[in-house]
Design a protein around this ligand. Structure first.
Ligand code: ZN
Length: 302
């Protein structure tokens, strides 16, 4: 199955550029534990592989770089870049009771797998190791992590490693929602909402006036912000407004990589809007006014 995607830069330019800038920085300025969340696991994996390529490239990380490391990552044969799922593990048949379903299909990334990772990391590597944790089906289609396929007992076995990994090691977790991953892992990871690459709504014209410089709105104007938001929602539909707000924030991010404070504020607010979007699409949905009030308070007051 092909998981590397040559067009990931076109699909997620903000996030690829963000990581590229961090990786090419002299201090390799990116976290050891990265959590991607959102509906599009395929794009999350492609982004993780692109990060692995940038971390291992011996040249300057150009998109068309043809160095051995870049080629290996594209071909998914790099010895230090691994996708870990419950199915990618050759079981040593010693403990038949070790959380097997009995049908030959493992239902989770188990403790034996965790121990395998720990002993592998005890040996130093010339490469930058990138371990991508997710799930897949028998056909190779990628699926999100959850508390069943990545259970607490496994994450506990790896917790120390996640906290203080050996040099040149990066872990990436792929999931639909942060609440699907054990909180001790989430708290150790830097999290990023990854938008679906195939959503073709890129407009933000409905919200441009409303969002313009919203990050400098004073705290005492929060009610005004909330009212403007609710009015937009009443006129245009809540999901449409939230998607346009996210589009707007991604566009601003694109031109503000150097402004770390603003960049992280936008990253955070995109997550807040995503949470609000989910509240709006629950059955039964939450009340629009409540959702907008919560969102406005989080964006302006937190
Ligand atoms: Zn290269």
């Amino acid at each position: 199955m092909q998981y590397y995607d040559n067009s990931i830069f076109q699909k997620l330019p903000e996030l690829v550029s963000y990581f590229k800038t961090g990786i090419l920085d002299d201090n390799k300025n990116i976290g050891h534990c990265i959590l991607f969340w959102g509906a599009d696991i395929q794009s999350q994996c492609a982004l993780a592989l692109e990060i692995a390529r940038l971390l291992n490239c011996k040249e300057s990380g150009e998109e068309n770089c043809d160095c051995l490391n870049c080629r290996w990552v594209r071909e998914q044969t790099h010895p230090a870049v691994k996708i870990y799922t419950r199915l990618d593990y050759k079981e040593v048949p010693e403990s038949p009771s070790d959380d097997e379903s009995g049908s030959g299909g493992k239902k989770n990334i188990n403790v034996a797998q965790a121990r395998g990772i720990i002993s592998e990391l005890a040996v130093t590597s010339d490469y930058h190791r990138v371990y991508i944790f997710c799930d897949r089906d028998e056909d190779g289609n990628l699926l999100p992590l959850n508390k069943i396929n990545f259970p607490e007992v496994t994450s506990n076995a790896l917790l120390k490693t996640f906290e203080e990994p050996p040099q040149n090691t990066t872990f990436v977790f792929l999931t639909n929602d942060k609440s699907d991953v054990i909180s001790t892992v989430v708290s150790r990871a830097q999290s990023f909402f990854v938008p679906s690459a195939n959503s073709n709504i890129q407009d933000s014209d409905l919200v441009e006036n409303f969002m313009n410089n919203y990050w400098s709105i004073e705290r005492n104007s929060v009610l005004e912000f909330e009212n403007d938001l609710l009015q937009l929602v009443d006129e245009n539909g809540i999901v449409e407004v939230f998607e346009q707000m996210q589009n707007y924030m991604f566009t601003v991010m694109k031109s503000n990589f150097d402004n770390k404070v603003l960049f992280h504020r936008l990253l955070r607010d995109i997550e807040y809007v995503e949470v609000a979007k989910r509240q709006a699409t629950l059955t039964p949905p939450m009340n629009d006014a409540t959702i907008c009030a919560n969102l406005a308070f989080k964006m302006i007051l937190e």
